[in-house]
Design a protein. Structure first.
Ligand SMILES: Cc1cc2nc3c(=O)[nH]c(=O)nc-3n(C[C@H](O)[C@H](O)[C@H](O)COP(=O)(O)O)c2cc1C
Length: 334
């Protein structure tokens, strides 16, 4: 019998390089996320530059479930990295077979490995044998129409011990754009006796409903870009029609907490550099003045960030309230 790493219907925060660090996950957890992943960790980086990579493995005191994701195309690095990871505190180890970024694919890892079924299964076997935690995989579909190639790799990874498989319903060549092949994910979910997590295009309630209808056999759903600047998506998907988006004051309060944690976590210089894009994400698509938003790219240090965030309400356009309410990601203050 397959061990179930998540309850049925679980909503997962995806691994996102450059995003899902402890401050990002903390923001998502404030809005109800429970199953959260670290950023993808390169096995060689963990083995040869452990101190630099270790920060990605910091688990917060309030994190009751944490998944770690590894990427590599080297048996030697994977073995050594898993031995190191066995000394850290987390709940599940995921293997990345879907990253399409050239720097990763060039090394035969990520999506390149996901297309090389024999090698992917061989390397995943090392993970499964050596890991002290349950192991899972995350991959992309291999054909947009024919489910069989994807179902085959999923089946074989499950035979090798995958306790769950997340399927991103886009081809590697399509990166993050275009439609999601729900029928392929559904066929895979029906083909294996293991939990399949559907991923792709869940940016809000509409996308979630489409995913639920498209993949009725999904055990859970993974949210990625929909959580950037919008940790409330977890509350929105859980609450359905009852959901009330944040007010400007709540948006600013969340952004302040998130940025403050980043500055403490990374130190002021690195934290400032990383927090700029996070601030831009919070204020994207919510009716804030474009010129004001652009200034986020110049912020440095706690005082500048906090003063900037305090000026948000003054830089919001009244026209925003004229857009159809269904598209709004802000609630008016009454
Ligand atoms: C900036 C960025 C970073 C990502 N980093 C990772 C990663 O580290 N590991 C991974 O498996 N997928 C990664 N992904 C892919 C997402 O986890 C997810 O599969 C993809 O974005 C599709 O979901 P979405 O349509 O909900 O965004 C990344 C995507 C983006 C946009």
């Amino acid at each position: 019998m397959t061990r179930m790493p998540y309850p049925s219907g679980a909503l997962l925060l995806a691994p996102l390089s450059g995003y899902t660090d402890l401050p990002f996950r903390t923001a998502a957890r404030r809005c109800g996320a429970r199953f959260c992943f670290t950023e993808m960790i390169d096995a060689a980086a963990l083995v040869y530059a452990r101190r630099r990579t270790e920060r990605m493995l910091v688990r917060g005191g309030g994190e009751d479930w944490l998944g770690v994701q590894l990427v590599s195309n080297s048996a030697e690095h994977i073995g050594a990295a898993v031995d190191i990871l066995n000394g850290y505190d987390f709940d599940l180890l995921d293997f990345n077979l879907g990253c399409p970024v050239p720097k990763v694919v060039k090394k035969g890892a990520g999506a390149a490995l996901g297309k090389n079924i024999d090698r992917a299964c061989e390397l995943f076997g090392i993970l499964a044998e050596r890991s002290r935690t349950p192991v899972s995989c995350k991959l992309r579909i291999l054909d947009f129409k024919d489910p069989e190639p994807t179902a085959e790799i999923v089946r074989r990874l499950v035979e090798r011990g995958a306790c769950a498989v997340t399927i991103h319903g886009r081809l590697a060549e399509d990166f993050y754009s275009g439609p999601v092949a729900f029928p392929v994910i559904e066929a895979c979910a029906a083909a294996v006796d293991a939990p399949i997590i559907a991923n792709g295009g869940i940016m809000g309630r509409g996308g979630f409903e489409a995913a639920k209808v498209g993949v009725p056999s999904a055990h859970g759903f993974m949210i990625a870009r929909g959580a950037m600047g919008n940790p409330w998506i977890f509350r929105e998907l859980a609450d359905g029609a009852e959901f009330v988006p944040p007010t400007i004051a709540e948006l600013v309060a969340m952004a302040k907490l998130h940025v403050g944690e980043m500055l403490r976590f990374y130190g002021e210089a690195k934290g400032s550099a990383l927090a700029r894009k996070i601030v831009l994400d919070y204020f994207r698509g919510r009716g804030f003045n474009g010129e004001w938003r652009g200034k986020a790219g110049l912020l440095n240090g706690e005082t500048e960030f906090m003063d900037y965030l305090d000026s948000a309400a003054r830089n919001h356009s009244a026209d925003y309230w004229k857009t159809p309410p269904v598209d709004r990601r802000l609630a008016a203050t009454v």
